[in-house]
Design a protein around this ligand. Structure first.
Ligand SMILES: [Zn+2]
Length: 309
C-alpha cells in the first residue's frame, strides 16, 4: 500500500474515534442533565438569578427554621431546638433582621419552637401564628411553657391558624392550607402547612406532617404546586408520598435535619422518591444553611447560606 494512503487511513481512524468519543460524551451529558431530571409527570423551567424574595433554610441541626424575607418584611417559621436560639439570632443579625413581622410555630415540638423562645426574648416580634392549643392531647412540655410565657411577658399578639387565612407582606402572601383538625392525636399531623407565593415563585412549608395529612391535602381543591418544597418531617420515610410529591411537583426540595441524627432522617425510601422526581434535592446537614432568591417572574436561584452570611 502506498505510504500516503496508509497515513490517510491512520488519520481517518483517529478522526472517527474522536467523533465517536464526542458523541458518547454528548449522549452521557444529555442523559445526566435531561434524562435524569425529567422524570415522568414532572416539568420544570430553567434556573436563573433573582433576589426579590429570599427563603432561608437556616441550619439548626435536627430541627426546622425558615426565614422568609421580602422587602422590609421578615417572617420566621420555627426556630430549631432552644440551643440554637443564639445562632438564629446571629443569623438574623447578619442579614439585617432586627424585627420579626410574623413568627410561625408550625407545632409545639422542641425542635421547632425551642429556638423561637430566645428570638422572642431578644428582638421585637409583631405577631405569632400557631395552632389551636385545644388540639393537643399532650400536657405542655417545658419548652411549650417557656414559649407561651415569653409571648405573654412581651405582650405579643397570637393568631390561631385557620384554614384559608392569608397574610400579606409586600408582594409576598402566605396562605394557611392546613391547621390541624379535631380528633387527630398525632401532634405532627396538627402542624400548620402554608403556601407562600411571590409573583410566580412559590414555596410550600409542611412542618412535620406525615402521609395522613398529605392525603387530606391531596383531597382538597387546592393547587399544591410549588417551586420549593420544605420536605416534611426532616425527610422521614412516613412523609413525602409519591402522590404528594407529584402534586407539589417542586423544582427544589429542602431537607432540614442534623448530620448523623438518631432518627435516621432523611429516610432512604424518601430519598429514593425525591431523587426520582425532584431535580434539586438539598440538605442542611450536608450543605449548612440554604438560601433561595426568587423573582416575581418565577426565576429562582440558590446558594449555600454560609457563603452569603
Ligand atoms: Zn420536627
Amino acid at each position: 500500500m502506498p505510504r500516503k494512503r496508509k497515513n490517510f487511513e491512520k488519520i481517518y481512524k483517529i478522526i472517527s474515534r474522536c467523533l465517536i468519543a464526542v458523541l458518547l460524551l454528548c449522549a452521557t451529558l444529555y442523559y445526566l442533565i435531561i434524562g435524569e431530571t425529567d422524570a415522568p409527570g414532572f416539568s420544570h423551567g430553567d434556573v436563573y438569578t433573582a433576589q426579590d424574595m429570599e427563603v432561608h433554610f437556616i441550619d439548626v441541626g435536627q430541627g426546622d427554621c425558615t426565614l422568609l424575607l421580602c422587602g422590609e418584611s421578615a417572617v420566621l417559621v420555627d426556630g430549631g431546638e432552644a440551643q440554637y436560639s443564639y445562632s438564629v439570632l446571629q443569623y438574623l443579625d447578619n442579614h439585617g433582621v432586627d424585627e420579626i413581622d410574623l413568627m410561625v410555630a408550625t407545632h409545639r415540638h422542641s425542635d421547632h419552637i425551642g429556638g423561637l423562645v430566645g428570638v422572642a426574648q431578644e428582638i421585637p416580634v409583631c405577631r405569632v401564628l400557631m395552632n389551636d392549643d385545644n388540639a393537643f392531647v399532650d400536657t405542655d412540655t417545658r419548652t411549650e411553657i417557656e414559649f407561651l410565657s415569653v409571648l405573654e411577658t412581651n405582650d405579643i399578639p397570637v393568631d390561631i391558624a385557620r384554614y384559608g387565612d392569608v397574610y400579606a407582606f409586600e408582594e409576598m402572601t402566605l396562605t394557611v392550607i392546613w391547621a390541624g383538625a379535631d380528633g387527630i392525636e398525632n401532634e405532627n399531623e396538627q402542624g400548620i402547612v402554608f403556601h407562600c407565593q411571590y409573583g410566580e415563585s412559590s414555596v410550600l412549608l409542611t412542618g412535620d406532617i406525615g402521609e395522613e395529612t398529605e392525603d387530606t391535602l391531596l383531597a382538597f381543591d387546592y393547587d399544591l404546586q410549588s417551586d420549593i418544597l420544605k420536605v416534611a418531617h426532616h425527610g422521614s420515610n412516613y412523609s413525602s408520598s409519591y402522590d404528594f410529591l407529584r402534586a407539589v411537583d417542586p423544582l427544589f426540595a429542602v431537607i432540614s435535619c442534623g448530620y448523623d441524627n438518631i432518627y435516621g432522617h432523611p429516610g432512604a425510601e424518601t430519598m429514593g422518591r425525591l431523587n426520582r422526581g425532584v431535580p434539586y434535592v438539598l440538605r442542611t446537614d450536608t450543605m449548612g444553611s440554604i438560601v433561595f432568591y426568587c423573582s416575581a417572574d418565577g426565576k429562582i436561584d440558590y446558594s449555600n447560606g454560609k457563603d452569603v452570611s
